[in-house]
Design a protein around this ligand. Structure first.
Ligand code: IPE
Ligand code: IPE
Ligand code: MG
Length: 230
């Protein structure tokens, strides 16, 4: 694939873990664990094929009202991942960024997330962005309130710099697994001109080959940004 046709930034809505586990008569936490493992593989693959930013929707603001038991399972997975796997990312010259309100997470998890960002290599050629307790509405309101406090009128660039995604280019492609045809509060401002790709595949089954298929589909599209057809 020509390099110019590879999206710089892919957003990934990793949906379907619960249904994947249910089909196997297993608890939802088993689905989340399998999903986390698949995400690790996909991030490596995305870096290899030349994607520069991969944003993985890991926990939405709305997900925070799920049953305590499910959330504890997820926090346990975050603890494990950010203590061990993240170091393998650094070795591959990848860095970690977190977007979302992490202050509402258990203290030790929030601390681990902060540390993972701070210890990331400086000249990384790939960024794995974790959207954790992330919601576009909260992000936009947070930016608006900061602008009001500063008493400044903003243009698009100024507003963008108040979002959690400051410094990250807008997603070129958003992929959602799990069959639902919606964004569920994911990068709603940043996705104004993103290409969207939906698949019924439940996230733990979403293979590297299926990711490549989404990239191929993206490469065949004409992005017009409001201009007339070439
Ligand atoms: C997505 O999978 C992961 C999170 C929201 C944490 P779900 O847990 O929503 O899985 P389904 O949609 O119930 O299958
Ligand atoms: C979106 O999935 C959030 C994540 C994948 C982290 P949900 O399962 O929460 O979305 P809805 O509720 O079906 O819209
Ligand atoms: Mg879901």
């Amino acid at each position: 694939m020509a390099e110019s046709r590879i999206p710089l930034h892919v957003g990934l809505i990793m949906d379907g873990n619960g249904r994947w586990a249910k089909k196997r008569l297993m608890p939802r936490s088993y689905g989340h664990k399998s999903g986390m493992n698949r995400m690790i593989g996909l991030a490596e693959h995305a870096q290899k094929v030349g994607v520069k930013y991969l944003t993985v929707y890991t926990l939405s603001t709305e997900n925070l009202s799920r049953p305590r038991e499910e959330l504890d399972g997820l926090f346990g997975l975050f603890r494990k991942y950010f203590k061990t796997n993240v170091k393998k990312l650094y070795e591959k010259n990848a860095r970690v960024k977190v977007i979302g309100n992490i202050s509402a997470l258990p203290d030790d998890v929030a601390k681990l997330l902060e540390e993972s960002q701070a210890s990331s290599p400086e000249n990384a050629d790939f960024t794995l962005v974790f959207a954790i307790n992330y919601g576009s509405r909260a992000e936009i309101l947070n930016a608006v309130n900061r602008a009001i406090e500063d008493g400044k009128k903003l243009d698009e660039r100024g507003f963008g710099s108040l979002l959690y995604t400051d410094g990250i280019p807008d997603p070129d492609l958003i992929v959602r697994t799990g069959g639902e045809l919606r964004l569920s509060n994911f990068l709603c401002y940043q996705s104004a001109y993103s290409e969207l790709y939906f698949t019924d595949t439940l996230f733990p089954d979403f293979s590297d080959e299926q990711f490549d298929k989404a990239l191929k589909d993206y490469a065949s599209r004409e992005r017009r940004f409001g201009k007339v057809q070439q």
